[in-house]
Ligand binder design. Structure first.
Ligand SMILES: [Zn+2]
Length: 436
């Protein structure tokens, strides 16, 4: 009888499980004025994993976003007031903002995504599939790996011919950063349908490997159970999930990552312990000729370059920063959005085990950038849908400028495409000379 009751209770609990609600959870925009205040916030982030830090209290952090539950708010405000740390509450009731987020259904075969709404994993995959069919001469559906729950990590390859250098885009590794998936779909759409000459040239001159959702289990979870889930969904010593951007085999767990499975920055039980990072890294390794690697995150309006474990200007630091800063200039033109730039450790915080550092150090990819998209603390991971289009447009502007500036600094210049066009130019010169 007892067994039957337990089974019945379990069944009821299972069918009645609902999406987690964030009623009266608040988002704090904390504004540290000096090193001491930053140190205090760092200790809080480190010692009290109950608080959800949406941005890290790095040494040069202008603001730090902290989400607090109704029961945590009093303690957090008391602590901040006690130490005279300035803050404002930018979202009073997080659930209200979540309720306003639109998730539209995608109509199969329409090939039409609107840029004022977010989409589910299935709809993003269906849309990619339809785009691949509609542009079958240049687009291939690709699978970059597999998740813990056996979902394929799907993407698109856009290629106008052989011998081109590769631009690789990895997006959505942190599942709650919905703006990253949306903007990545916009970039795919632009590369396939834009009439802008520079965008068309960018699509034509490179092989593009684009993965909008590299943490598919986490992304599904954010739609069905917990909108603010960040990690993957693999059970870990009584807890769930690994921060997939701390799990790459490069200075793994050295700094800025946690060994505690309850932490949002849990690095896993070893480098590449997770199926997502292991399979995706193998896939990336199999691609020759990656000239630029881009990884998309939110929020903070920051462009990051390697590395996260040191502020030393290693490798082509100065080139990468110069190119990146110019691209952020282009990004600001359309809407005035300002990004800061720097290596991970100097711009935000020491963090190791990220995908960008791995591709830079292990694969020696010439240019590697990590975007932290809009905004600067007002909505954080809950960027309202009316900012999807402006965010996407300005990022696309910056991407074109990254290529343009990269060429000026001597990158993107040894592809067969360039060689072929140089060859045809020299042939033309020879022909002309023969007729002169
Ligand atoms: Zn992220």
């Amino acid at each position: 009888m007892i067994k039957f009751c337990l089974a019945f209770w379990f069944f009821i609990a299972l069918v009645s499980s609902e999406k987690f609600r964030f009623d009266n959870y608040s988002l704090y925009n904390v504004l540290p004025k000096n090193e001491n205040e930053i140190k205090l916030l760092q200790e809080l982030a480190h010692n009290d994993i109950e608080y959800d830090f949406w941005t890290e209290p790095g040494p040069s952090a202008e603001f730090v976003n902290i989400m607090a539950s109704p029961s945590q708010k009093y303690n957090l405000e008391t602590l901040l007031n006690l130490h005279g740390i300035d803050y404002k509450v930018t979202i009073k009731n997080i659930q209200e903002i979540i309720d306003k987020e639109t998730v539209k259904p995608y109509t199969r075969n329409s090939r039409f995504m609107t840029w004022d709404s977010y989409y589910t994993l299935r709809d993003i995959e269906n849309w990619m599939s339809d785009m691949a069919k509609a542009h079958s001469s240049i687009v291939t559906e690709i699978v970059g790996g597999v998740s813990y729950e056996r979902r394929p990590i799907k993407g698109l390859k856009i290629s106008h011919g052989t011998g081109r250098q590769v631009i690789f885009i990895e997006s959505g590794i942190h599942s709650r950063e919905w703006i990253t998936m949306a903007t990545t779909c916009y970039i795919i759409n632009e590369l396939l349908t834009s009439n802008d000459e520079e965008t068309k040239a960018a699509a034509r001159d490179f092989d593009w490997y684009i993965f909008p959702v590299t943490n598919p289990d986490g992304y599904v979870w954010t739609h069905t159970e917990d909108r603010l889930w960040r990690k993957n969904r693999r059970p870990q010593r009584g807890d769930i999930g690994v921060d997939l951007n701390r799990n790459w085999n490069n200075n793994w767990l050295v700094i800025g990552a946690s060994a505690n499975p309850s932490s949002n920055n849990f690095a896993g039980i070893g480098p590449f312990s997770e199926p997502e990072t292991r399979t995706l890294s193998e896939y990336i390794r199999s691609i020759d000729n990656i000239e630029m690697y881009l990884t998309f995150h939110s929020a903070g309006q920051i462009l990051l370059i390697p590395f996260g474990n040191t502020t030393e200007p290693l490798a082509n630091y100065h080139d990468a920063l110069n190119i990146g800063r110019r691209a952020m200039g282009a990004l600001s033109v359309r809407y005035g959005t300002q990004y800061t730039s720097g290596n991970i450790a100097e711009a935000i915080y020491h963090a190791s085990g990220s995908s960008m550092d791995w591709v830079k150090e292990v694969l020696h990819v010439p240019l590697a950038y990590c975007y932290e998209f809009r905004d600067r603390g007002q909505f954080g991971h809950l960027l309202p849908p009316d900012q999807i289009l402006p965010n996407s447009q300005e990022v696309m502007d910056s991407l074109i400028e990254l290529i343009h500036q990269g060429k000026r600094f001597g990158y993107f210049n040894n592809s067969d495409v360039v060689k072929a066009s140089m060859l045809s130019t020299s042939c033309l010169v020879i022909v002309l000379k023969c007729f002169m």
